[in-house]
Design a protein around this ligand. Structure first.
Ligand code: ADP
Ligand code: MG
Length: 609
């Protein structure tokens, strides 16, 4: 299945529909009451979109999300009533500069709250994360009730100035359009962020955190960033909610709101851009209509029960949510033709003489509980060679690659890349220093296109000052265009350029292997670690792969190749080391290995097949 990127007009359908409905709504809705409902719907649209960053994109649950909204609402309430109240009473137009201060303060405070909740949750997942976020949400709510001198306790804060330049009654239509403008700005900023290295890093973390880290993404930093961005979004809309209602008190927000917003994200389509928007808008209007139904009037709690029911039914019928349009994680377009020449110096050519040591592994030991998977392994990888690594199943080959790539930390021993110690580094840092890898079972980001997978490989060259990615202006994406060109050249190099717009999950086995290698090449490695790349390939594909590996070496990238296919291993390796029970039992040229008695013994003894 090819996913053509939306180009030209088609891309504007959803934003266009949203803009038209949003602009026309107050004009066609019957009366002020419904305009207020529409404004409330926009507030929920923003909340759901912000929570979607956490839940939908990054895959982090947050059951206390409303806390950030509370922080924003109280920030502006305290600001505009306690601090600037008297001045605003005299001169209502001063709201023009008080409000921006409020917004900045809300972003900062909600952002801080987001990093406070985000920090400890970085290590927790699943149930723990859910409980921790739930508890945090309750703490914020309880503080808002009990910190009386600041928050007015149960009474709350009244007389928050409306969004208007003059005193007197404010038409709800004005409030509506102001909130609409803010929501449009928020959505544009979030959409820009999603189609940037930041959004791709989030989705990569959701899809496969270990691989994301191996591609140079500092996963903890990006998870924290997701909390901060989600929190800041809720904080900003909290400010506008407070000015819209003109009062806040602890009853304005309940525990239930957390679950409602979460349900709306799931209902609309978690991990899509327009799902949360659709879910939130539909729900608020439905709720307003339901208010007039006698049964609901008698039992208001039926409303939430009904929401739960729709979510359950929908999860059975349409698990992806109402909107299933997949997110586009880049806006850069590829070329119409395969790149001419097709070759690019993707290795950051550090000048080394052939034969010089690139990677030195010394006495590496890896213990898992009672099992010693690697015992004092020592070897060198020299520039200009493909080093074969063979050994029976369970010998410790993959464990060795994991230790070298920083996926697991060796129990003891040292690993040096060009003289620099790497054994204590996170896998993201190892990747940035020039060691790339593939996995024994292919691990692509299955929900992304091939091109997006490769862009994740180029992450460390694209990442930068995060706020700049909030802007939809194309020039901040110039880097991205270069990297897309590079990705296309790498795809042509592995002979898979035609696949670039296809979803990774739709590829055949050999394409998947090549794309995984291409993604690794996008990190511009000095050393490439391949873990059984020929597994599952037929004979001609295996021969083709052998040629590809030789061409990679031709580009100055040194390769460690684990392989069960002896013919492949013998034909492409310059040197082979043999591992058995975590110990190197032989090291030599393919010809030497072929006749080594210890190797024959190990293979015939334990893995004669
Ligand atoms: P192979 O040479 O087939 O790639 P591995 O490196 O995958 O072998 O495994 C070597 C040994 O270490 C096996 O006995 C395996 O069960 C064990 N092992 C690998 N990873 C872990 C882990 N994370 N925890 C415990 N045992 C492990
Ligand atoms: Mg293995």
């Amino acid at each position: 299945m090819t996913l053509k990127p939306d180009l030209g007009l088609k891309r504007w359908i959803w934003p266009g529909v949203f803009l038209v409905i949003g602009l026309v709504a107050p004009l066609v809705l019957p009366g002020d009451k419904w305009v207020r409902v529409a404004a409330l719907a926009l507030v929920y649209v923003a909340l759901a979109s912000g929570l979607n960053i956490l839940v939908g994109l990054t895959g982090l649950l947050d059951l206390g999300y409303i806390a950030f909204f509370i922080v924003g609402a109280y920030t502006t309430a305290i600001f505009t009533v306690s601090s600037f109240g008297p001045m605003l009473a005299e001169n209502p137009s001063a709201i023009v500069w008080v409000l921006p201060i409020s917004i900045v303060a809300a972003i900062v405070l909600a952002g801080i709250a987001g990093s406070i909740i985000g920090y400890p949750t970085l290590r927790a997942r699943g149930d723990y994360l859910a409980i921790m976020t739930l508890a945090f949400g309750e703490i914020v709510r309880i503080v808002s009730i009990n910190w009386t001198e600041f928050t007015g306790g149960a009474v709350g804060i009244r007389n928050i100035p409306p969004l208007s330049l003059s005193s007197g009654v404010v038409p709800p239509t004005l409030t509506y359009y102001i909130i609409f403008a803010i929501v449009v700005i928020l959505l544009v900023a979030l959409a820009s962020l999603i189609a940037s290295p930041v959004g791709r890093a989030w989705v990569a973390i959701r899809e496969d955190e270990l691989v994301a880290s191996s591609m140079g993404i500092r996963t903890r930093r990006y998870k924290l960033l997701a909390y901060v961005v989600g929190a800041a979004t809720a904080g900003v809309i909290g400010v506008f909610f407070a000015h819209m209602n003109q009062f806040v008190n602890p009853d304005s927000f309940t525990l239930e709101d957390n679950f409602i917003v979460l349900s709306l994200v799931i209902l609309g389509g978690a991990g899509t851009l327009w799902g949360p928007v659709t879910g939130a808008a539909l729900w608020i209007f439905f709720q307003a209509v339901a208010r007039d139904i006698p049964l609901i009037q008698a039992h208001p709690e039926f409303r939430t029960g009904f929401l739960a029911l729709i979510v359950i039914v929908l999860m059975i019928l349409r698990p992806g949510g109402i909107v299933s349009k997949r997110l586009e994680l880049t806006r850069a377009r590829g070329a119409a033709l395969p790149p001419a020449g097709a070759l690019q110096p993707f290795a950051d050519g550090v000048s080394k003489q052939p034969g010089e040591t690139v990677l030195r592994v010394t006495d590496v030991k890896q213990v898992f509980g009672g099992l010693t998977a690697l015992e004092a392994v020592t070897f060198e990888l020299r520039h200009g060679e493909v080093l074969g690594l063979m050994g029976p199943n369970g010998a410790g080959k993959s464990t060795l690659l994991n230790a070298i790539s920083g996926v697991t930390r060796a129990t003891s021993g040292t690993i040096e890349l060009d003289g620099e110690r790497t054994e204590r580094l996170e896998s993201s840092a190892v990747s940035v220093r020039g060691i790339a890898r593939t996995f024994q079972t292919v691990r692509l980001f299955w929900d992304m296109t091939v091109l997006e997978n490769l862009l994740v490989g180029g992450h460390s060259r694209l990442a930068g000052f995060v706020p700049k990615f909030l802007s939809p202006v194309p020039f901040v994406r110039r880097n991205e265009r270069f990297t897309v060109e590079e990705a296309e050249a790498v795809l042509a190099f592995v002979d898979a350029w035609e696949c670039r717009d296809r979803r990774a999950s739709s590829l055949d086995a050999y394409q998947q292997r090549r794309i995984e290698i291409a993604r690794a090449l996008m990190t511009r490695p000095r050393v490439l670690l391949l873990d059984e790349p020929a597994a599952g390939l037929n004979e001609s594909e295996t021969r083709d792969l052998a040629r590809l590996i030789s061409r990679i070496r031709g580009h100055g990238i040194d390769v460690i190749l684990i392989e069960h296919d002896m013919e492949l291993l013998m034909s492409v390796s310059d040197r082979i080391i043999v591992l058995d029970h975590g110990v190197i039992i032989a090291d030599g040229t393919p010809a030497e290995i072929r006749t080594d008695p210890a190797v024959l013994e190990a293979y015939l003894g334990s893995d004669a097949t």
